[in-house]
Design a binder for this molecule. Structure first.
Ligand code: 9MR
Length: 358
């Protein structure tokens, strides 16, 4: 017997009958005036654990921004963009400060937003005391373990995941030369993962990097690292694809799915951790349409690959995007304009999530 739902479904797919507009289309066209579902609401219905955003400390005095950033309907997950990094958490050796991290994490707890914590080991934003002199390998291992025990210990039970090691590979798949590699050798990675696992046994432990969105020498090197970590018994592993992408130059949906599946096949969970898609300025309606399609492809790939748990944008508001400060002449990388108007990319993401849910 045909149910009403199956008749409606058949009508919607019939070439003679236009598909019923989705709720997103209704709202976009101004047909209904309701409290719209946010991106996280839609992501949850589409089977993801969250749709989230990075939040940085300078934005904490912007009330309008915060009303969106702390709305769990829109963002069900938060990452501190800077507040948990070494230069802020251990500004002097053995002196720890959690003020900046707490300012992002505590309101996220209050808003019932999942926390991804970022990051216990990177080569950037290190304090001067650490970089301005040479250490022996045992000294640096001890510094690393002390730092992780203090910082991860402070946030124990509060972080769904930690980006344990960030950006450790070159594009060709060799290890990046950093204070960590050059002093300790590649074993610094295992050391960091084991230290975080010991300090917070429930946290997911992510390797996080950029240019991991389609299969390459770099993604193969990350795959080999994951297998090594598994061999030495590191639990709860994950791979974060940062996805700092460029409008019109993103990997195809198919390539992103194949790449995500290759990571998932290693037996780890994955997430899109820092999504933004930058455009050469000035932006145009055509460029924004391309950007919208590019955002939709990445979000859809995550929705379609079982094991991709969520998508985090690296801020949702152009004035707080890192892009213009680093890439001269580029910007317009996020989902919301300076006026807080939602861009075509927001609607495209909502559409992808909404149709996955239905
Ligand atoms: O968004 C962060 C920006 O405010 C900092 O100035 C910058 C320093 O390098 O780091 C940015 O965040 C980075 C993240 O921690 C790791 N992946 C790349 C992000 C963009 O640079």
């Amino acid at each position: 017997m045909k149910t009403t739902a199956s008749i409606l479904a058949a009508l919607a797919t019939s070439p003679l009958v236009a598909a019923a507009p989705t709720i997103i289309e209704h709202e976009k066209r101004g047909w209904v005036n309701w409290t719209s579902p946010g991106l996280n609401d839609l992501a949850r219905k589409a089977g993801l654990m969250y749709f989230g955003t990075a939040i940085d400390n300078p934005s904490l005095n912007n009330t309008k921004y915060l009303s969106i950033a702390r709305d769990a309907h829109e963002f069900g997950q938060v990452t501190p963009a800077n507040g948990q990094k070494w230069m802020y958490t251990e500004p002097e050796q053995g002196v720890f400060s959690f003020e900046m991290g707490d300012a992002i994490i505590n309101p996220a707890i209050a808003s019932q937003q999942i926390r991804r914590c970022h990051t216990t080991l990177w080569h950037n934003q290190l304090p001067d005391w650490l970089t301005s002199r040479n250490w022996t390998s045992p000294e640096l291992v001890s510094i690393l373990e002390t730092h992780i025990a203090a910082v991860v210990g402070h946030y124990k039970g509060l972080c769904y995941a930690w980006d344990v090691v960030n950006e450790a590979f070159n594009e060709d798949g060799t290890f990046r030369s950093t204070i960590w590699l050059d002093t300790i050798g590649p074993s610094y990675i295992e050391t960091a993962f084991k230290a975080v696992a010991a300090a917070d046994p429930d946290a997911k432990l992510y390797y996080n990097d950029y240019n991991l969105e389609s299969i390459s020498n770099k993604t193969r090197a990350v795959g080999a690292l994951i297998r090594r970590l598994q061999d030495c018994g590191v639990p709860n592993l994950g791979v974060g694809m940062q996805a700092h992408l460029i409008t019109g130059m993103t990997p195809s949906y198919t390539d992103q799915v194949a790449n995500m599946q290759a990571f998932v096949d290693l037996g780890v969970e994955i997430a899109v951790t820092e999504l933004d898609i930058r455009t050469e300025l000035p932006s145009t309606p055509e460029k924004e349409e391309t950007q919208a399609q590019n955002y939709a492809d990445t979000v859809k790939a995550c929705v379609d690959v079982q094991g991709c748990v969520g998508v985090t944008v690296w801020d949702f508001y152009d004035p707080y995007s890192w892009v213009p400060g680093v890439f001269e002449g580029e910007g317009d990388a996020t989902l919301y304009r300076e006026s807080f108007e939602r861009k075509p990319a927001w609607w495209a993401v909502a559409e992808v999530l909404d149709s996955a849910a239905n």
